[in-house]
Design a protein around this ligand. Structure first.
Ligand code: PEP
Ligand code: MN
Length: 336
């Protein structure tokens, strides 16, 4: 942290700030410029910089290190590779998660999983607990839906990714899922994140609707600080003033996060755009920009889907996309 003092402050005022910093455990290094004096504060506890900014003699406080540690590239230089059976997130192989928005029936899952696994998809997605804007909309099949997911995934040698909404669901869900998904709306459900820090299954953490990248990484830190280091980040679009798409997919978040963190990051072009005709172009863009994978909604009959039909691909559209990504991957030294 750098504390820039106001021009012309006295030595007494400088020393007051230095002693304050020292009482908070920082080493303070004073450097006097022609106009401003700058105090460099190193070490110390996590403090609210506004407490120092409010001091009469202080002009500005600049934070130079991130508040997240375990999630930071400074803590671990090499990319984290999360292995799940014969699949991985963060290595050279690109991970594809596909399936319907919500689990609707066993038959629906059977139809789609058969097609997806034939393509080579390893992760089957489907929400059994759905965070819907309206309390009157379909809320998901609950544990029944998870049973269908597990059954169908086992039949086609796939892994299950499904959303968890609250702490009380953890022990029950452990029986069915391979990856816990934390949805955008729960990205800052800190109690849930803390509990997921104690489980031994990877967590797919989706970026909140209006969350900054810093906040996303702080949420990852919550999970990691409990001991679970297997966090997969997911860019799924953020709220902006633009209304042409459901959200604005922040493709630039991929290289930004790659620089800041060693954690794998994937992209959700379905919720990111809300429209199926935008899903393939944004998936291609995501992989080209360095994403470690995508999670995409695919439905056997999108027109009859109980949830997010408009952004769900038809199976044949998905197959074309999958083959396109297969062509893009090797150009980037990756495989699919
Ligand atoms: C989902 O993936 O099913 C979902 C609800 O996504 P998000 O939390 O990103 O809205
Ligand atoms: Mn959805």
């Amino acid at each position: 942290m750098l504390i820039v003092m106001k021009p012309g402050v006295s030595e007494v005022e400088i020393q007051k700030v230095v002693s304050l910093l020292e009482t908070k455990g920082f080493d303070a290094h004073v450097s006097k410029g022609e106009i401003n004096t700058v105090i460099g504060a190193v070490g110390g506890k996590v403090i609210d910089k506004r407490g120092i900014e409010l001091l009469e003699s202080v002009q500005e406080v600049i934070k130079i290190t991130s508040s997240y540690k375990l999630a930071s590239r400074a803590f671990q230089r090499e990319d984290t590779i999360i292995k799940i059976g014969n699949a991985q997130f963060g290595g050279t192989e690109i991970a594809i998660i596909a399936g319907p928005c919500a689990v609707e029936s066993l038959e629906q899952l059977e139809i789609i999983a058969e097609k997806l696994s034939k393509c080579g998809v390893k992760f089957l997605r489907g929400g059994a607990f759905k965070p819907r804007t309206s309390p009157y909309a379909f809320q998901g099949l609950g544990e029944e839906g998870l049973k269908y997911l597990r059954h169908v995934a086992d039949k086609y040698n796939m892994y299950v990714v499904s959303e968890i909404m609250e702490i009380s669901q953890i022990s029950m869900m452990l029986k069915y899922v391979d990856v816990f998904q934390v949805g955008a709306r729960n990205m800052q459900n800190f109690n849930l994140l803390k509990e997921l820090g104690y489980v031994n299954k990877p967590v797919l953490l989706k970026r909140g609707l209006s969350a900054t990248i810093d906040e996303l990484l702080m949420s990852a830190e919550y999970i990691m600080s409990g001991g679970n280091r297997d966090v997969i980040l997911c860019e799924r679009g953020i709220r902006t003033f633009e209304t042409a798409t459901r959200n604005t997919l922040d493709i630039s978040a991929i290289p930004v996060i790659k620089k800041l963190s060693h954690l794998p990051i994937i992209v959700d072009p379905s919720h990111g755009t809300g429209l199926r005709d935008k899903v393939a172009p944004m998936s291609r863009a995501a992989i080209a920009a360095g994403s470690d994978g995508i999670t995409v909604e695919v439905h056997g009959c999108p027109d009859e889907a109980l949830c997010d039909g408009a952004q769900s691909l038809y199976p044949n559209q998905f197959e074309i996309l999958f083959n396109e990504l297969k062509c893009i991957a090797p150009i980037l030294g990756r495989s699919l």
